[in-house]
Each structure stands twice: as C-alpha cells, then as structure tokens.
Design a protein around this ligand. Sequence first.
Ligand code: GDP
Length: 179
Amino acid sequence: LWSKDSQCNFAVLGAEEVGKTALVVRFLTKKFLSEYSHCTSFCYERNVSVNDKILPVRITDTSGKDSYTSLKSKGLLEGADGYLIVYSVTDKRSFVKARELLKLLKEDFGEEGQTPVALIGNKDDLVHYRAVCSAEGQRVALFYPGCLFYECSAAREAQNVETAFQKFLGQVVTSKEQR
Ligand code: GDP
C-alpha cells in the first residue's frame, strides 16, 4: 500500500502565521493544538480515509519564511501531486502572498491544469477581524484553472476543515488516476 505511486503527496504553502500547521494538525488529529513550535518545514506521512478508501498521504507543511523559489530549490516541493495555498481572512498581506503563489503555480503547472490546487482562507472564526471577504477569495481562486476555494477555521469543529481537505484530496486522487 505504501508505494510511491499510490501515495498522495501535497504541499501546504502560504505566509507565516496563517494557520498552515493548525490546519494540517486539525485534519490529521481532529484537534486544535495551540501549543506547538515550528519554524521549519515539516513532513507528515499518514494513512487517511479519502472517498472511503484508505490512502497513504504525505503532507509537506512548509515554512512561510521560505519563498516559493527557495522551497523548490530545497527540493521540498519535489514530487508534489497538489498544492494547498493558505491565507488568513484576517490578514490582507497573507492574501496578497496567496495570490502571488497562485500566479507562480499557474506559470509552472496551470497550462496543463493537471496539478490540483486549492485556496483556503483560514481563521474565519475571527469574524470581527475579517479583512478579506469571501468574494475576493473566490475571485482570486479563478487565477488557477480548477482551483478549489474554501473558507474555514482550524479553531472551530473539525468538519469544515475535513470537507476542504477531502475535496482537495479527492481531486489529487483523480488527477493521479488520469496520469
Ligand atoms: P503557520 O505559521 O501558518 O503554520 O500558522 P500556525 O498553524 O502556527 O498558526 C499561527 C497562529 O494562528 C497560532 O497562534 C494558531 O493558534 C492560530 N490559528 C491557526 N488557525 C486558526 C484559526 O482557524 N482560528 C484562530 N482564531 N486562530 C488560528
């Protein structure tokens, strides 16, 4: 089951402090952990249920300190079957960064449109601090062909994060099958 072929390998990208780690931890453990330290990129390998099938998944949780170019040159994006771009709906700068990342991904993969990308606006529990509206997120997602868009919160119940990750992983599985 653990062959490289069946493994779904995706990278989580975005600015610092937007909740990339919190989302991954929420998806894998169903918990919101507020106490963890991480400043470098980290890789998780787990078996996850996707569309009622157990799949080996490899998630590279990248550090927001690294640019897309430096992540690539460090080899951290090698073999990625998909990309999850995260920004915080409370942080306009992180949204601008997400938009830049989508553009770069489009330059690298957009023509074929075969590498699934999802855009996630995190921290939507912080309603009073919202700085980016849903429509803006939706619009920017259109930059990349077939890009999924979800708003969610790693701090709320697990279901909203689960839905976003499941839909994204479903696309990754489909695109791998078509290759
Ligand atoms: P990363 O640098 O993108 O990996 O961000 P972290 O996962 O380390 O989260 C940055 C900070 O935002 C931490 O203090 C988290 O507890 C907090 N955080 C992450 N996700 C959420 C969320 O959905 N809602 C709220 N209110 N806080 C969050």
